[in-house]
Design a binder for this molecule. Structure first.
Ligand code: NOJ
Length: 557
């Protein structure tokens, strides 16, 4: 059987607002991405995933869409996306758009129509329920963005459902018209030449009976209710109907599903010809608290990688998907802090930890998804003003930290370290005043870097950028695509695995942490293998922090 193109996909995720601004408004745009295609090609990646670019009030940076058929003017126009697709294809780069099918913006004409009243034909595009008792929401389910999932609509005295922000009402997928409308949207973009979609939050498409309450929650309080609005068995049925229609027009359309809470077992069931080709799950990350301070509330503690736990998870993801199914391999995205700050060490070992973590992940079996800027070792954005945090919890956390005695800067630093906004800083193109991103101050805050930027790193063959290029190049080899993965026994903080394909073999060995650890006894038996990537640490009895090595077995002939 001919292999599918995505088996060798290396995805580069671009957050368009933060990539490159060409019209001087401080916000990245499509022309900026077009201008950067040679850079992207040179990285060696072959697939580009763009976070949402459609018309949107930008309540959630584009995940609240009010018109799926047009480009938001902050990014450009239809002709720009057409050019981008064309220019990307000229360079053999595939384009994935971010398709939001669980909800729309409240400004979408469907919702505006639905608001006209119960008799409107668009009413049933959304999810409505009556109050439980006078002034009491239909149930006690909590929204992911804080507060109840229910918002009262005064005119009809009914409530509408929103899993995310209030201004992002959820669609009713049990209404066949919703599927029909979404299929039309998907076909419109496929017709423009896109190669697939990243499917936002698809695991939430179907909700349970609204009469159910989360048990054991005190009256008047709310609770996250994943069991009622995530991964319900019927999701597969509705998704399959949607995907099957899309595949009729484009059989090799690539569906990268966002299944944040999927375990490997669940992911396995979502990876199917008529569902997703692979999924993005948050399950493989493991963290541990490294500093106890009673002034810091739960969730804001200083954390780092829990290497032993993460190793177990990676093993499970590598070994429990059925034959032929691929996991995604990733360290960060726009919903979580950046890898070098979160799991590496962005001060003492910035280069080394960025490289070590990349090597440990991307030569495993699966599809790498690299967040823009990760390849230059970009660290978390420092956010200096509480107003700039979008998450509704940030302000209450801030107030609490100040009350607990933290200084303003300390409080902001703590909040930024766990916040998704920290990953969304602008791309560091050069060391000039506005980082080569724009000609003026940008929309999210300055993160100018004198050394960790494209211009400087392109001139340095030891840079993080050079390392990523080499790694992506290696990933395209059959050994690292099709080879068997064999994990080797090591002390807790070291990840070591072999890849084997026909006569070829490679061994990856990485100390995932900033601690010196005991060296594996078996290492001597690889002494005649060739060192292909090397942090240049001598491994004796111990392995230095963030040591990384890639050994390749010598050709027998
Ligand atoms: C997942 C996206 O990655 C996130 O950024 C967004 O807020 C939610 N889905 C809602 O669309």
């Amino acid at each position: 059987m001919k292999e599918a193109w995505w088996e060798k996909a290396v995805v580069y995720q671009v957050y368009p607002k933060s990539f490159k601004d060409t019209n001087g408004d401080g916000i990245g745009d499509l022309k900026g991405i077009i201008d950067s295609l040679d850079y992207i090609k040179d990285l060696g990646v072959n697939t580009l995933w763009l976070n949402p670019i459609f018309i949107s009030p930008q309540i959630d940076n584009g995940y609240d869409i009010s018109n799926y058929y047009a480009i938001d003017e902050i990014f450009g126009g239809l002709e720009d996306i057409e050019t981008l697709i064309h220019e990307a294809h000229k360079r053999d780069i595939k384009i994935l758009l971010d398709l939001v099918l669980n909800h729309t913006s409240d400004q979408h004409p469907w919702f505006q129509e639905a608001l006209r009243g119960k008799a409107n034909i668009y009413r049933d595009y959304y999810l409505w329920a009556d109050e439980k008792a006078d002034g009491v929401a239909p149930n006690n389910w909590e929204s992911f963005f804080g507060g109840s999932v229910w918002e009262k609509e005064e005119k009809s005295n009914q409530y509408y459902f929103h899993l995310f922000a209030k201004k992002m009402p959820d669609l009713n997928w049990k209404n066949p018209e919703v599927k029909r409308a979404m299929v039309e949207i998907a076909k419109f973009w496929l017709d423009k030449g896109v190669d697939g979609f990243r499917l936002d939050a698809f695991i939430h498409m179907i909700k349970d009976d609204f009469n159910k309450d989360v048990p054991n929650v005190p009256a008047g309080e709310i609770a996250i209710a994943e069991e009622y609005y995530a991964n319900l068995p019927e999701v597969k049925r509705y998704l399959s109907e949607f995907i099957s229609e899309i595949k009729e027009v484009k059989p090799d359309c690539f569906i990268l599903g966002e299944a944040a809470s999927a375990t490997p077992e669940l992911a396995d069931s979502y990876i199917r010809e008529d569902l997703c080709q692979t999924v993005i799950s948050f399950d493989h990350f493991a963290e541990r608290i490294i500093e106890q301070d009673e002034r810091i509330p739960k969730g804001l503690e200083k954390r780092t990688l829990d290497a032993p736990e993460m190793k177990q998870k990676l093993k499970k993801w590598q070994h429990s998907l059925s034959e032929g199914k691929l996991p995604t391999l990733y360290w960060n995205n726009h919903d979580m802090p950046r890898v070098v700050s979160r799991f590496g060490d962005d001060t003492q070992y910035r280069d080394k930890s960025a490289k070590a973590l990349a090597l440990s992940m991307y030569l495993l079996r699966g599809i790498p998804v690299i967040l823009y800027g990760e390849e230059i070792g970009m660290k978390n954005l420092e956010i200096r003003d509480i107003e700039l945090f979008q998450s509704p919890q940030a302000t209450s956390q801030y107030i609490q930290l100040l009350e607990n005695g933290l200084k303003k800067e300390q409080a902001l630093r703590r909040i930024a370290s766990v916040n998704k906004e920290a990953s969304r800083g602008v791309m560091q193109w050069d060391a000039s005043e506005f980082a080569g991103f724009s000609t003026k101050a940008n929309w999210i805050g300055e993160n100018r870097e004198m050394f960790y930027n494209v211009a400087v790193e392109s001139q340095d063959e030891m840079s993080v950028l050079a390392f990523y290029k080499q790694l992506i190049q290696l990933k395209s080899e059959d050994l690292f695509t099709f080879g068997e993965v064999i994990f080797l026994e090591t002390t807790d903080n070291i990840l070591a695995y072999k890849r084997q394909y026909n006569q070829e073999e490679a061994l990856v060995l990485v100390n995932l942490t900033g601690e010196e650890v005991v060296a594996p006894a078996w290492l001597d038996s690889y002494s005649d293998w060739i060192l292909k990537m090397d942090s240049e640490d001598v491994i004796g009895k111990t392995v230095a922090p963030y040591t990384y090595k890639l050994y390749i077995k010598k050709d027998e002939e």
